[in-house]
Design a protein around this ligand. Structure first.
Ligand code: KG4
Ligand code: ZN
Length: 340
């Protein structure tokens, strides 16, 4: 497109209230994130009712800040993009209702964005040369997907988790070793002080497809190890558990990813989602991709976890493809990738 397409993007699917102004899908003019993590830490996880209420309290201010930081007004926007699924229904509804109200009041096009499409599109922001087709491993708190991005907005799912998501496993193991919520960054930090080979843990069992993942067996093995040690009156070393667990998760993710590279070939490999900010995963994926001569991409940590800039990036490609939503756009908590 010759002219600048400015999109105001809104994200509220879980525990971050976020708004961003993104120009032509890759140029982030503002990216405001109001996190609720300290609030939910008290309860050891996200409490949906509290999350919904906080989104309502914060969303207007977050949007105002995003416009102000970008030096823009609503009148200068070309479209409003909003996450409409998957996620928690109450939190999603807050963003969707807000986006609809703004779009209606300002007579702007409304574009519902798939949250995972957002995570994948986060890679476009800092990697201007990245273009489909490429392979992407999406690893977040709710999702673990190995995806072929065949074109902008077009996805073919090769494999997914059959039980826990990778981030969920990090969160559960963190809780078991007393690190608290959110677990991923805490396990990563503890792992730096631990021995990754101290504890013998099974590789996660694969489901029906060679590209499916399963993390619940690994999580149970960690819990059994802890129980066994406690019954024998032995001290557990949280750092060793964190390091051993992280090593196995990283090995499984990397091995599956490389299997897909071998079978399908690819111009590039990208990772996305909260777990993509994990240093050990990035390092392992980078090495594995280098060995195969495949360029490897990942977003900065702030663009890996939930944010609205990624929704603005995905929303732009939906916009240029001509996709628009009506006033009947609703929150879809279990929306599947490719359902649109
Ligand atoms: O993408 P995200 O912000 O939200 C979802 O869409 O789910 O991902 C959050 C997940 C949490 O499970 C969190 O523990 C995990 O990403 N995570 C990490 C790291 N940072 C966040 N997992 C491993 N290492 C990290 N550094
Ligand atoms: Zn997410």
């Amino acid at each position: 497109m010759d002219r600048e397409i400015k999109i105001l993007a809104i994200e509220s699917s879980c525990d971050e209230t976020a708004a961003a102004v993104v120009v032509n899908g890759r140029d982030v003019r503002s990216n405001i994130i109001s996190t609720q993590i300290p609030l939910h830490t008290l309860y050891g996880g996200v409490v949906p009712e509290i999350a919904s209420r906080k989104h309502v309290e914060r969303i207007n201010q977050v949007i105002e800040e995003a416009l102000k930081e970008a030096g823009e007004t609503l009148e200068q926007m070309d479209a409003i993009a909003v996450t409409y699924g998957p996620g928690l229904v109450g939190p999603l509804l807050v963003g969707v209702a807000e986006a609809k109200a703004i779009a209606f009041a300002k007579d702007l096009p409304l574009i519902g964005v798939h949250h995972i499409e957002g995570h994948i599109s986060a890679n476009y922001i800092e990697n201007k040369e990245l273009k489909p087709p490429f392979l992407c491993l999406v690893v977040s708190g709710g999702h673990t997907h190995l995806v072929r991005v065949t074109d902008y907005g077009k996805y073919e799912i090769l494999g997914r988790t059959v039980d826990d998501a990778a981030g969920e496993a990090f969160d559960k193991v963190a809780r078991a070793i007393g690190l608290g919520y959110p677990g991923g960054p805490k396990v990563e930090k503890a792992a730096l002080e631990g021995d990754a080979y101290a504890i013998d843990l099974p590789k996660a069992k694969v489901g029906d497809s060679a590209y499916d993942f399963s993390f619940s067996g690994l999580k149970s093995a960690v819990l059994n190890y802890i129980n066994g040690a406690q019954m024998k009156g032995e001290e557990i070393n949280a750092n060793d558990i964190a390091a051993s667990f992280q090593r196995v998760v990283v090995e499984v993710l990397t091995e599956h990813a490389m299997l897909a590279v071998d079978e399908f070939g690819c111009n590039a490999f990208a990772i996305a989602g909260g777990v993509a900010s994990n240093g050990a995963l990035r390092e392992a994926m980078k090495k594995a991709c280098e060995k195969k001569g495949v360029p490897f991409y990942h977003p900065s940590p702030i663009l890996c976890t939930d944010n609205a800039a990624m929704i603005g990036a995905a929303g732009y490609y939906e916009f240029v493809a001509g996709r628009r939503d009506g006033w009947d756009l609703n929150a879809v908590p279990n929306l599947r990738l490719g359902d649109r």
